[in-house]
Design a protein around this ligand. Structure first.
Ligand SMILES: *[C@@H]1O[C@H](CO)[C@@H](O)[C@H](O)[C@H]1NC(C)=O
Ligand SMILES: *[C@@H]1O[C@H](CO)[C@@H](O)[C@H](O)[C@H]1NC(C)=O
Length: 549
């Protein structure tokens, strides 16, 4: 072959190779994220967090912890004869953090909210349930407004709910599942026919005697309206209306426990509009502790945490777990769905288990999981923080795409010295690589609709955006995210939908219209507030609040 022909054919092969290389390799090099300390101390520890539609975050820890570093306003005090530490307490154990001004104010809870659970109702109120001691049957409401505070009903629940998991339902009610020594569920609010406890033997079957491992079960609303419930090392699909288990999933390979105190985490992977819309759903469970780790940790032996994730298509007729290996082992990690559908695995420890003094070797580096990338190239280690985030740490997504991180409070009396991982009252923000200034040219900005728009199921929506730099209309998507109630490494109600964004039309200059269709029913997205993002080449815009009804 003459040299010229050889060179030519080499060039052709090279071009073919480049064309065949998946698109993502052409994505602009994104950094590995950055950290910012927002507040050295908000006075309480961020054990539970929920973002509300006014861009403020309700945060609380527990009331039987002694004095916090945040005073209640105007000399208000809580007198509680049943408090095990302090019966007259003039400090706050809940706070409202305002994202836009980076400021906070104290809130007042009346009973113990320790290890509780919650949802946001369709009208945007936080409905939080249970806790410890005098708070175990409480239902507390928080309405987002200026100066609002908790309202409480101490007899709102039929059973004590400590370490329970809640989920918002398509009809707007919330379901409260399990909790310590409760193998049942109940609804809030109740009708005459649901004014009772519904037994759930699955929670008893997955209850390791003496360890439990069935607490804070991972609950996800499937696209068929049933609830996926993962406890310990296996899962069921529950028709909660008929109190019937409609599917039993195989045990996760290895059989190691993934729920508290062997705290792993779990997300429902992004639900997608495809040609047959939203018929598939996948669940990812990551990290946790090897069987026996809890007993070992009690004896001072901190076993290396699990480094595996299990992924399962829960809508398959014959679902099977697909196992993947994380770059770092992790127990007590949080999993946060980012606006572009990537999963951030953040916080936690590399050995031990969940619980008081039970974790060791903080994992400072978050890891990104990209569900649509080929297996083997889905994980990416991110830049580390300097602050350990062990037991009782949390992470939630904010409207601007940052992730708010706080908590680390393994000590009674808010101990700050003389202990291995002192109580931490700080708040940090992790900015994923998509917020790098180098990507400003790619990042879309939503021109309209304006935030707080009300939308109907099945409604067409035109979203006008501008993109300063080169625009690739084939790489635009619209996503909506339900903000989660996060505690103990699990984000209740967290879900992301990738909407149809088939039609993109140029308007003028850098301005484009993207047409989309809202999900058809509350089975896919229960009525309420969501964050809507436009994503261009994996880089999300700032979100807008939508309320779907
Ligand atoms: C508290 O909740 C219970 C149970 O739902 C209800 O019967 C009762 O009326 C509520 N109390 C108040 C003051 O709203
Ligand atoms: C917390 O600190 C107090 C006083 O400094 C001390 O007496 C107590 O033992 C500490 N508690 C724990 C759990 O470390």
């Amino acid at each position: 072959m003459p040299t010229r022909t050889l060179l030519f054919s080499l060039l052709v092969w090279l071009l073919l190779f480049l064309a065949a290389t998946p698109r993502r390799s052409l994505t602009l090099a994104a950094g590995r994220g950055s950290w910012e300390l927002l507040q050295k101390s908000i006075g309480i520890s961020a054990m539970h967090m929920q973002l509300l539609y006014n861009d403020r975050v309700v945060i609380f820890d527990r009331t039987d912890f002694g004095k916090s570093e945040l005073a209640l306003p105007q000399g208000k005090c809580r007198t509680d004869p049943s408090d095990t530490v302090l019966t007259v307490d003039c400090t706050a154990h809940s706070a409202e953090y305002d994202v836009s001004t980076n400021s906070f104010r104290p809130l007042m809870v009346q009973t113990d909210v320790w290890c509780s659970s919650g949802v946001v109702a369709p009208d945007g109120r936080l409905i939080q349930t249970g806790g410890f001691n005098d708070g175990e049957r409480s239902v507390r409401m928080f309405t987002p407004c200026n100066g609002c505070d908790w309202e409480e009903n101490r007899s709102g629940l039929l059973a004590r709910r400590w370490y329970a998991t809640n989920h918002i339902l398509p009809d707007g009610r919330s379901i409260v599942i399990g909790g310590r020594r409760e193998f049942n569920y109940e609804f809030y609010p109740k009708s005459p026919s649901t004014n009772k406890l519904f037994s759930l033997p699955f929670l008893w079957e997955t209850n390791d005697p003496g360890i439990e491992n069935n607490l804070y079960p991972f609950v996800h609303l499937n696209v068929d309206g049933n609830l996926f419930i993962f406890s310990n090392n296996r899962a069921i699909l529950l028709d909660y209306n008929r109190n019937k288990v409609v599917k039993t999933f195989p045990q996760i390979p290895g059989g190691d426990p993934r729920c508290y105190p062997s705290t792993g985490s779990s997300v429902l992977l992004p639900l997608k509009h495809t040609q047959r819309p939203y018929i598939e759903a996948e669940v990812l469970v990551c990290g946790g502790a090897l069987k026996g780790s809890y007993a070992q940790a009690k004896r001072g032996n901190f076993v290396k945490a699990l480094n595996t994730c299990g992924r399962i298509k829960i809508t398959d007729p014959k679902p099977a777990w697909f196992m993947e290996t994380m770059p770092l082992p992790r127990v007590m990690g949080d999993m946060t769905i980012l606006p572009n559908g990537h999963i951030l695995i953040i916080n936690g420890a590399a050995s031990g288990t969940g619980g008081w003094e039970m974790g060791r070797d903080p994992v400072y580096s978050p890891v990104l999981y990209k569900p649509d990338y080929p297996s083997g190239s889905r994980f990416e280690v991110q830049n580390p923080t300097k602050i350990p985030r062990m037991y009782h740490s949390t992470a939630i997504l904010l409207r601007d795409g940052r992730v708010l991180v706080g908590g680390n409070n393994p000590h009674v009396f808010y101990n700050f010295t003389g202990v291995l991982y002192p109580t931490d009252l700080s708040l940090e923000a992790f900015s994923p690589g998509y917020l790098d200034p180098g990507l400003l040219n790619v990042r879309p900005r939503i021109i309209y609709p304006l935030s707080q728009v009300k939308l109907k199921y099945g409604q067409r929506l035109r979203v006008r955006i501008s993109v300063p730099g080169a625009f690739d209309s084939s790489r635009v998507s619209i996503t909506m995210v339900a903000p989660s109630f996060t505690t103990h490494s699990f984000s209740m109600n967290q879900r992301l939908l990738v909407l149809d964004a088939a039609r993109v039309t140029p308007v003028s200059g850098p301005v484009y219209d993207v047409e989309t269709l809202m999900p058809k029913s509350g089975l896919l997205s229960p009525s309420g507030y969501y964050l809507l993002f436009v994503v261009h080449q994996e880089v999300p815009s700032k979100g807008i609040w939508i309320q779907i009804m």
